[in-house]
Design a protein around this ligand. Structure first.
Ligand code: FAE
Length: 536
């Protein structure tokens, strides 16, 4: 029997509040998401996946291919409906209500320009980028169907094989590099830029300057694959396609060109006819129910972030794919409040920032980085062996010549934080200390002090406010909190509960040596291969 045939009728309360919310949203001219895929209150499903990022998308596709019906729930919006300007997403230079998750002011990673603050007020809305603040660190995450793939830079980097043991020590590297990394790259549509085009297009002058400076200081650099459609970007440059990467779009979504999960794994998952996605549904609890099943509590949100209804559904199996922070927060709360008391003591531990630190360098007037900058980075500088840093040459796509080179460094750092339940606030805290970023700054300096010395240049102090050289208060790459082989077995099954799994970045113990989404995807491919064969 299909799981959907056992769905009870939509409750009257859910229907009324949902309809009212939709009318309210339409009245102020903001986009609304289709309610067609809403999961009814009281539904009973074989598999429920919490979150629609990389781990969730892989899991849903592979289970659906095996004939399993999958219900996905996502706290963010569907991002499938254009706003009043005809576009689904806003640009990086003109953020609006669509840009931030329930904030009334933007929190831009590069917060200043020539010393002037550039953050601005925006209407509170269930926007695409969450700048979630914990003590000492802001964790940026994507919100919506597609998770981080909606907002990220699309760099699809596989860790160096000799470093894999530092990333996932309990996983067979031969299997990962022989089977699962290639499978992940294929599933994501990762591809290298055409080096000849890269070498001549104005849009990558900033990258070529970054490469030249790395080479002149003796640092190895490499092209990295990305998940942008390169033929589309060439058409953008030629003026024959609507510009996206060449129009500053990335941080708040790309209206074209980017192969987000909506176009890859999730499109294939939907095409099976077995995967249903309910946006604006936030999971708040998962508890054991009769017959070895799980009861899952969902809050239905409107686009102002107000809870308009609460639903309870049951599932045979639940996959936590809410991202490192989302999954860790849920599991930490559920263990501490006695809802899932048998989870082990590793829950919430082993969280890291992938050693992220950002800086800019001021180039000479004869070394411009270009007014036109593609938002999709293409190269990384590798000083891991000598200095513990891998630096992505990042764009600063503001539309004018800035003479700045911007870098996001991924560094080797021993610091790991723990999520804990705070009964006073009823929230989950993260025990991070901002001073821990000093290790990352020291590692990044092994690259940029040398380049500055060689080029006779200096660091920019006008990008992050307060004359700061380093943006040491953020991460784009949260990892850990339910570490593989510790909180779970070696394939993501949570200890203490049969039928509960973790499938996202929380499995990776705090660092990936490079940008993480290919590793998250490949690990999810590996784990679901095993789980599908043994648990279904
Ligand atoms: P993720 O993609 O975050 O998906 C989790 C999903 O779960 C989200 O859609 C959430 O809204 C949803 N969710 C959370 N809590 C709940 C709940 N309670 N109920 C329902 N839904 C929930 O997780 N990585 C790279 O490899 N290359 C890059 O170039 C790159 N650039 C980045 C740039 C930016 C600005 C940012 C923010 C990240 C970047 N990343 C990059 C990181 C990458 O996007 C991230 O590691 C992955 O998205 C994490 O994948 P997960 O599947 O763990």
């Amino acid at each position: 029997m299909s799981a959907r045939s056992s769905l009870p009728e939509l409750s009257r309360r859910t229907f009324l509040t949902g309809a009212g919310a939709a009318v309210g949203v339409a009245a102020v001219g903001l986009p609304r998401t289709a309610a067609a895929a809403d999961i009814p209150n009281g539904a009973s499903v074989p598999v429920l996946v919490i979150g629609t990022g990389y781990g969730g998308a892989v899991t849903a596709l592979r289970l659906a291919e095996a004939g399993v019906d999958v219900q996905m729930v996502e706290m963010g919006m569907a991002w499938d409906t254009p706003g009043a300007d005809g576009k689904i997403f806003s640009t990086t230079t003109a953020p609006d209500h669509r840009s931030y998750w329930l904030r009334t002011r933007t929190k831009q990673p590069v917060s200043n320009f020539f010393g002037f603050p550039i953050d601005k007020d925006v209407p509170r809305f269930t926007g695409i980028l969450d700048a979630e603040e914990f003590a000492g660190i802001t964790v940026y995450q994507g919100r919506g169907v597609g998770g981080g793939s909606l907002v990220n830079g699309g760099m699809a980097v596989t860790p160096r094989r000799d470093l894999f043991g530092q990333v996932l020590p309990t996983v067979d590297a031969n299997e990962m590099y022989g089977v699962y990394y290639p499978r992940a790259e294929a599933g994501l549509g990762a591809a290298l830029v055409d080096p000849a085009w890269w070498g001549s297009t104005a849009a990558y002058q900033y990258s070529r300057v970054g490469k030249k400076h790395a080479e002149r200081s003796g640092f190895p650099w490499r092209f990295v694959p990305t998940v942008y459609d390169w033929s589309y970007m060439k058409a953008e440059a030629a003026g024959t396609a609507t510009k996206s990467a060449l129009a500053g779009e990335v941080l708040y979504g790309n209206n074209a060109g980017k192969l987000s999960l909506q176009k890859t794994y999730l499109a294939r998952a939907r095409a099976t006819g077995r995967v249903t996605i309910s946006p604006l549904h936030r999971v708040t609890s998962v508890r054991p129910a009769s017959g070895g099943r799980y009861a899952v509590v969902l809050e239905v949100l409107d686009t102002a972030g107000t809870v308009t209804a609460t639903k309870e559904v049951t599932a045979d199996k639940v996959f936590f794919a809410a991202g490192s922070v989302g999954t860790s927060k849920l599991l930490t709360k559920l263990k501490a409040t006695g809802v899932l008391p048998n989870l082990n003591g590793e829950i919430g531990k082993g969280w890291g920032d992938n050693g992220n630190v950002m800086c800019g360098r001021a180039n000479h007037m004869w070394d411009p980085t270009g007014a036109l900058q593609s938002t999709i980075p293409t190269i990384g500088i590798d000083n891991w062996d000598a200095g513990g840093a891998f630096a992505e040459v990042a764009p600063l796509p503001v539309g004018i010549e800035t003479y700045a080179s911007l870098y996001l460094s991924i560094t080797k750092t021993p610091n790991r934080a723990q999520f804990t339940w705070n009964p006073t606030t009823g929230k989950v805290d993260l025990g991070w200390q901002q001073s821990w970023k000093q290790t990352s700054i020291t590692a990044a300096k092994t690259i940029f002090d040398k380049i500055n010395s060689k080029e006779g240049t200096i660091y920019r102090t006008d990008l992050f406010g307060g004359y700061k050289i380093w943006n040491d208060t953020l991460t784009y790459h949260p990892l850990g909190g339910a570490v593989l082989g510790k909180a779970t077995d070696n394939h993501g099954r949570l200890h203490g509960y049969s039928g509960l799994y973790v499938v996202d970045g929380s499995l990776i113990p705090g660092a990936a040596t490079v940008n993480p989404f290919v590793t998250i995807t490949a690990l999810a491919e590996r784990n679901i291969d095993h789980v599908r064969a043994t648990d279904f």
